[in-house]
Design a protein around this ligand. Structure first.
Ligand SMILES: Nc1ncnc2c1ncn2[C@@H]1O[C@H](COP(=O)(O)OP(=O)(O)OP(=O)(O)O)[C@@H](O)[C@H]1O
Ligand SMILES: [Mg+2]
Length: 362
């Protein structure tokens, strides 16, 4: 799947833009704060119906305006034409349309236009608390499995209800009903997470070894309390504690991903470039899994290509993504000469856009 044309109105610092893109590499160069990442975020909006960076849609509306519109014309791998339009107004909220038809639920859109983003923000995945890693896993698995998203949403709804209930009551009968529902949805979430992470492990290791020229090994493991016993038993076991804490202490909302380098925690022992390389390996594995499940080559966004990487790793990354199995790629960098040099050496065809104070030019 590739994005042939991107149109923006009032999106962050880009007041208006019409961008005709290449099927392969699209590069956006310009100074800090020019709007390069904003272009990529608009593409993210079209796939995920939300920003990759800001918490609220309102933050993506140009200062002083009331609405933004992002529109994309796609060509699927089957050559089918597809249009996506995402409009947000401060008064009317967000409306997402595919081929002119509005979605009833935004969640129905997720996975139809698969996308993977690599950005400097990814370090939050390593540095932040477990909920960041769960959010990542949820976003990723939702793209390749709509049933997962539904289970996750139901699990969260029951969990919130159970927690509310615990604040006022400890009625065993009611808790039993909540536990049955939590177990049903939670077990599905657990099984899918376990399956996906197990499938990714080897790919991540393989990509990392290639990027790092075999210098060191990395590993990812999925950790869940459900490894030890079924969720229904866990809930029963922690019931007394839950009643005292007025909060559900066990479940898949406590899962985590553990990242290691050379057998040690990546957060503590990985250098910045090693951490970045790990994140890229993770995202490339994600790309491959999405491509397989969606039967569509996802769009790959590489924000700040050179961020923390030495030139050897950048070149190996480019040689990886220039393979046939990767489709359309968006790259940003603040140094035009460096980027062009590297792309020419990698011998890839590309289209280069200059971004200057919110203006995008070929
Ligand atoms: N809602 C908004 N309205 C207007 N401008 C905005 C809005 N949100 C962000 N901006 C502006 O967008 C600019 C940042 O754009 P962006 O992050 O795309 O820069 P960049 O080109 O990627 O820079 P860098 O090289 O530093 O990564 C900032 O100047 C910021 O003030
Ligand atoms: Mg940027």
């Amino acid at each position: 799947m590739w994005l042939k044309r991107l149109s923006l109105i009032n999106f962050k610092n880009i007041r208006q833009a019409e961008i005709d893109l290449s099927e392969r590499f699209n590069c956006f160069v310009g100074d800090n704060g020019a709007g390069k990442t904003n272009v990529l975020d608009a593409v993210h909006y079209l796939s995920m119906s939300k920003s990759a960076f800001t918490m609220t849609d309102g933050q993506s509306v140009s200062h002083g305006e009331d609405f933004f519109v992002v529109e994309g014309s796609y060509i699927a791998d089957s050559e089918r034409l597809e249009g996506v339009n995402c409009a947000f107004s401060r008064k009317g909220g967000k409306i997402l349309k595919r081929n002119g038809k509005e979605y009833e639920r935004l969640a129905d859109h997720v996975g139809n236009f698969p996308l993977v983003i690599v950005s400097p923000r990814d370090t939050e995945l390593i540095m932040d608390a477990a909920d960041e890693r769960r959010r990542y896993l949820n976003g990723f698995i939702s793209q390749l499995d709509k049933a997962y998203l539904a289970s996750m949403m139901r699990y969260n709804a029951v969990l919130a209800e159970r927690n509310r209930f615990l604040k006022t009551s400890s009625d065993e009968q009611m808790l039993l009903i909540y536990d049955m529902q939590l177990s049903e949805h939670g077990t599905r979430v657990y099984e899918r997470r376990r399956e996906i992470v197990d499938q990714m492990r080897e790919m991540i290791e393989e990509y990392y070894r290639f990027l790092a020229e075999d210098r060191e090994r990395v590993d990812i493991t999925y950790r869940s309390e459900l490894d030890d016993m079924p969720l229904s038993d866990l809930l029963l076991r922690s019931r007394e504690r839950d009643i005292i804490n007025q909060f559900t202490c066990s479940g898949v909302h406590r899962d985590d991903l553990i990242f290691k380098i050379g057998g040690y925690p990546l957060r503590k022992y990985g250098s910045q470039g090693q951490q970045k390389s790990f994140l890229i390996a993770l995202k490339l594995a994600q790309y491959r899994m999405l491509a397989e499940h969606c039967h569509e080559r996802p769009i790959l966004l590489l924000d700040d290509l050179f961020d923390k990487l030495d030139i050897g790793r950048v070149e190996r990354l480019l040689s990886l993504v220039s393979a046939e199995e990767f489709g359309q790629i968006f790259i940003t960098d603040c140094n035009k000469i460096r980027l062009e040099d590297t792309l020419q050496r990698a011998d890839v065809g590309y289209k280069l856009f200059t971004v200057e104070q919110g203006e995008v030019r070929l």
